[in-house]
Ligand binder design. Structure first.
Ligand SMILES: O=C(O)C(=O)C[C@H](O)[C@H](O)COP(=O)(O)O
Length: 222
């Protein structure tokens, strides 16, 4: 029997990653940490605001260590690695404890490396041919990146009819003002964005601000 104060880790995602993410939050927070010490408090602050998900980008030297810390210390948060841009990073992220992988692109080598980890993953696409190339690998869940710059919600609405099998988490240029337009689309499960964890807020250690920003995304649910 576990005591009420004990937090148990959710089971690993075995089915649809997009469904697992969407069940937790309409907005996947894309988080950049400059200091490993930010990782655990930012993950806890997001969870306290009702967003128990972190996409920790591999953009800084401490990123893998940050994933390790969140995986070990904040088990109630589903932690993934973002910015997978080389095949080797897929396995490095898995070894650090990442529970899902996100890439801004979808080269054949990246797709193979992400599949090889056994983790669920979202390759990045920005054109119909890229979407079709991902579908040809048997994979139906992807990111649209950079979402606003590559056509935004209008692009995804246009893709939905001819290519209904593809499902998206659009990311890049999305914020509170335009998130709802994406979330209404039949081929969008959730959106990604960095606005819940602004760099200055993390640097200031203003964790209650992160919690407030996270709390506000509940109203974006369609
Ligand atoms: O780092 C990655 O893996 C990326 O692909 C880029 C991020 O998803 C976007 O930079 C987030 O976009 P913003 O919400 O506009 O800041």
């Amino acid at each position: 029997m576990s005591s009420p104060s004990e937090v148990t880790a959710p089971a690993p995602v075995t089915g649809s990653l997009l469904d697992a993410l969407a069940a937790r939050t309409p907005v996947v927070p894309v988080v950049v940490v400059d200091e490993v010490a930010w990782a655990v408090p930012v993950a806890r602050a997001l969870a306290a605001g009702g967003v128990p998900v972190v996409e920790l980008t591999l953009r800084t030297p401490v990123a893998l260590e940050a994933i390790r810390a969140i995986a070990a210390e904040v088990p109630e948060v589903l932690v993934g690695a973002g910015t997978i841009v080389t095949p080797a990073q897929a396995e490095e992220a898995r070894a650090a404890g990442a529970e899902f992988l996100v890439s801004p692109g979808a080269t054949p080598a990246l797709l193979a490396a992400m599949a090889e980890t056994g983790l669920p993953y979202l390759p990045g696409t920005a054109t119909v041919s890229e979407v079709l190339a991902v579908l040809e690998t048997g994979h139906q869940e992807m990111k649209l990146f950079p979402a606003e710059a590559s056509g935004g919600a209008a692009f995804l609405a246009s893709v939905a009819s001819p290519v209904p099998a593809a499902r998206f988490c659009p990311t890049g240029g999305i914020g509170p003002a335009n998130a709802a337009a994406y979330l209404r689309l039949p081929n969008v499960a959730c959106v990604g964005g960095s606005w819940l964890t602004p760099a200055g807020v993390l640097a200031a250690g203003d964790w209650s601000r992160v919690t407030d920003l996270a709390r506000a995304v509940a109203e974006l649910r369609p």
